[in-house]
Design a protein around this ligand. Structure first.
Ligand code: NAI
Ligand code: MG
Length: 497
């Protein structure tokens, strides 16, 4: 790591200790005075100390958001003014792109080349896309069959929205939550993940700089069981949007019952990625690599079950094994790194635990299968791992691992693989590799998942709806589909007689 690469960040944002939280337009310490450390997962060292939010901070933040929603300048802004504020955030993200990319990489561990090329530009793009929606939230005129009635609908904001996000794409997750909620006129309390609070807080500074009225966006870092739970159960929060584990998603739903909050959930996955023998194999193998190893496999859509037709199984497996063994593991901040560390000690233990379970159950690693040693031993690095000799009922093939671990599974025909692919509690995404248009359409129809990628994988765009079937959650983010999650419809009847 060169000196220059950390200088920008060290000199600006990280110098303030502790990093404060944003409540009602003010940067404040926690009510309790407590703080927590966020770790650089490449080195295991403390990166920054952050104000630790708890129930009392959530009370303050919800009160600020409620005030801003009911009586601040926010509800009086025109849609065009709301759109301009969101557009301004996109511009400020681009202006501060390098700093944000470095902060993201230092806090999460992800390779800097991806923070620069993907996380930061896609975050800006999300704000820009939703800036456009602010002026397009239309109601309908309804042709009711009752004489002399003029009936129309209004699309109104939900109100005060709580948003709880994970650590795998901290900036992008913040933008997926904030941009549509704000475009629709809501006010927000965002709780970033305790592992990666920094970029959301820096984004909060940019949101203030853009000129959002105080209390419209509140950002309260803290732990799930305390800060997150307090937000999820708060009686004055109208809606919760959550991304994270299926286990916690169920807790969010239970916590919503008190005041019947609206809830949208984007949860886990165990996505099938299916290679037919008529696929272009060079791209299919490359696609299988990207599907599982992008972001160290810490992706809700990770293609962690690789189904390969038995006629090409051996060659695909050897191509994948060869490519995986050549990946360059390294510090996130090193521009040559292909695979960075996992986010935390906890994730390291979880993933290596799965690898051990897999070996015990009889799976064979063709490459990887260990924690990385030597100069990377202080960080949370796991080798890219490919497992052969797996069957559908093994733990490795059923449970979300959330690490750079893929299981290869041979199949014989389309009906069989579609049925096996669907045999999961999850249904987030699926990949299909084939050059046969009939197989494309049959598989797209047969697979029970919210997103199907054909001859590609891990494609995301602010305009394309995203979300899960089954226990991968409900509601959709992105595109016009997400507007349903952040607005409610009011029907107005006028008697013209
Ligand atoms: P998690 O679901 O515990 O954390 C996600 C967010 O929820 C964090 O902001 C956390 O503080 C918050 N949270 C945790 N408990 C809460 C509660 N009781 N009430 C309200 N908020 C709460 O995920 P974790 O423990 O970090 O990772 C565990 C596993 O979850 C991963 O191995 C992976 O399988 C899955 N996961 C899936 C993600 C996805 O994108 N779908 C993202 C992160 C994790
Ligand atoms: Mg961290």
């Amino acid at each position: 790591m060169t000196k220059r690469e950390t200088d920008t960040v060290q000199s600006a944002f990280l110098k303030q200790q502790p990093v404060k939280m944003l409540i009602g337009g003010q940067w404040v310490e926690s009510a309790s005075g407590k703080t927590f450390d966020t770790i650089n997962p490449s080195t295991g060292e403390v990166l920054a100390t952050v104000a630790e939010g708890d129930a009392e901070d959530m009370n303050r933040a919800v009160a600020a958001a409620r005030k801003a929603f009911e009586s601040g300048p926010w509800p009086r802004l025109t849609p065009s003014q709301r759109g301009r504020l969101l557009w301004k955030v996109a511009e400020l993200i681009e202006k501060n792109a390098e700093e944000l990319a470095e902060l993201e990489t230092l806090d999460n561990g992800k390779p800097i080349k991806y923070s620069r090329a993907s996380d930061v530009p896609l975050t800006a793009d999300h704000f820009r896309y939703f800036a456009g929606w602010a002026t397009k939230l239309e109601g309908d005129t309804i042709p009711v069959s009752i004489p002399n009635m003029f009936t129309y609908t209004l699309r109104e904001p939900m109100g005060v929205v709580g948003q709880i996000i994970p650590w795998n794409f901290p900036l992008q997750m913040a933008s997926w939550k904030l941009a549509p909620a704000l475009a629709c006129g809501n006010t927000v309390i965002l709780k970033p993940a305790e592992q990666t609070p920094l970029t959301a807080l820096r984004l909060g500074e940019l949101i203030c700089e853009a000129g959002f009225p105080e209390g419209v966006v509140n950002i309260v870092p803290g732990f799930g069981e305390t800060a997150g739970a307090a937000l999820a159960s708060h009686p004055d929060v109208d809606k919760i949007a959550f991304t994270g584990s299926t286990e916690v998603g169920k807790k969010i739903l239970q916590a919503s019952v008190g005041n019947l909050k609206r809830v949208t959930l984007e949860l886990g996955g165990k996505s099938p990625n299916i290679i037919f023998p008529d696929a272009d194999m060079k791209y299919a193998v490359r696609g299988a690599m990207n599907a599982i190893f992008f972001n160290q496999g810490q992706v809700c859509t990770a293609g962690s079950r690789l189904f390969v037709h038995k006629s090409v199984y051996d060659s695909v497996l050897s191509g994948l094994t060869d490519n995986a063994s050549k990946m360059k593991l390294g510090l996130g901040i090193d521009p040559n790194t292909d695979l960075g560390p996992l986010v935390s000690q906890e994730q390291l233990e979880r993933v290596t635990g799965y690898i051990e379970t897999g070996k015990r159950e009889g799976a064979k690693a063709t490459t990887g299968g260990e924690r990385a040693g030597n100069e990377l031993a202080k960080g949370y690095f796991v080798q890219p791992t490919v497992f052969d000799n797996v069957h559908d009922d093994m733990t490795l093939a059923r449970e979300e691992i959330f690490g750079p671990v893929v299981v290869a599974l041979p199949f014989e025909n389309l009906e069989e693989v579609a049925a096996r692919a669907n045999r999961s509690i999850y249904g987030l995404a699926a990949g299909v590799w084939t050059s046969d248009v009939k197989k494309v359409h049959k598989m797209a129809a047969a697979l029970k998942a919210g997103v199907i990628w054909v001859n590609t994988y891990n494609m995301f765009d602010a305009a394309a709806p995203f979300g899960g079937y089954k226990q991968s959650g409900y509601g959709r983010e992105m595109g016009h589909a997400v507007l349903d999650a952040y607005t409610q419809i009011k029907t107005v009847w006028i008697n013209l007689r």
